[in-house]
Design a protein around this ligand. Structure first.
Ligand code: IDP
Ligand code: MG
Length: 156
């Protein structure tokens, strides 16, 4: 079985901050065994959101979505691990929290779009673009976690 170590981008949205759920959400990634290689507060602006949500620019809710995302700073994170892009999406759950699988962050902790608490990159290509959108190279940290040693370099 072939697995690769990947990095993916997560944004904890304004509703996560307003509802005091930052710790709960970060904790889920930590308990899963993902490595946090970057983390900071970011004040999103219109230009960043037009880029980040370009695939939604023709939707009627685009304006509301941008306003929502600018209500407070967001918390950006880069998470690393085997197959991290898909694994993080799995923990996050479907876009509509009422359709998301029980046990996922969105299903367990939220009820509606757009306030579904969290953004996560949806493919490896997107992750690479999104990490660069929000983080400079020197804001990403390379370090060894003690648990890395248990994988014996295979990550099965
Ligand atoms: P994703 O966040 O699961 O990747 P996308 O389709 O990329 O889903 O949409 C980005 C974000 O836009 C969603 O997480 C949600 O906050 C918001 N959004 C998506 N669809 C709707 C909608 O129909 N109404 C309002 N907001 C929406
Ligand atoms: Mg998306």
């Amino acid at each position: 079985m072939s697995t690769t170590i990947q990095q993916t981008l997560v944004l904890l949205k304004p509703d996560a901050l307003q509802r005091d759920l930052l710790g709960e959400i970060v904790s889920r990634f930590e308990r899963k065994g993902m490595k946090i290689v970057a983390m900071k507060c970011i004040r999103l602006d219109e230009r960043m959101l037009e880029e980040h949500y370009a695939h939604l620019s023709d939707k009627p809710f685009f304006g509301t979505l941008k306003q929502f995302m600018m209500q407070t700073p967001v918390v950006g994170m880069v998470l690393e691990g085997y197959e991290a892009v898909a694994e993080v999406r799995k923990l996050v759950g479907s876009t509509n929290p009422r359709e998301a699988d029980a046990g996922t962050i969105r299903a367990d902790l939220s009820m509606n779009v757009p306030s579904n608490l969290i953004h996560a990159s949806d493919s490896l290509e997107t992750a690479q673009v999104e990490i660069k959108r929000f983080f400079k190279d020197d804001e990403l940290f390379d370090y060894e976690k003690i648990t890395d040693r248990y994988h014996f370099g295979e990550g099965i």
